[in-house]
Design a binder for this molecule. Sequence first.
Ligand SMILES: [Zn+2]
Length: 75
Amino acid sequence: MRRFGYPYFGKRYLYDIKNKTLHDLLNEKEECHIDLIHEDDIDMYSSLNEAALLMDHPFYYECPFCMKKAESKEG
Ligand SMILES: [Zn+2]
């Protein structure tokens, strides 16, 4: 779920700097433990295309819980 106060500012994507992991807050799962990420370790992005993301963090993991691709075209 989106959070509108500091340090989230209502943006959709949360980058966990310490763990180099990107989360999609609209698809957040309990396993993401978003609330355990320290505010100093958080960078927020409104979209995945934001150039700033790749400039700041050229390499990142996608969180396996909330960043699953919706590819269910088989069957
Ligand atoms: Zn996640």
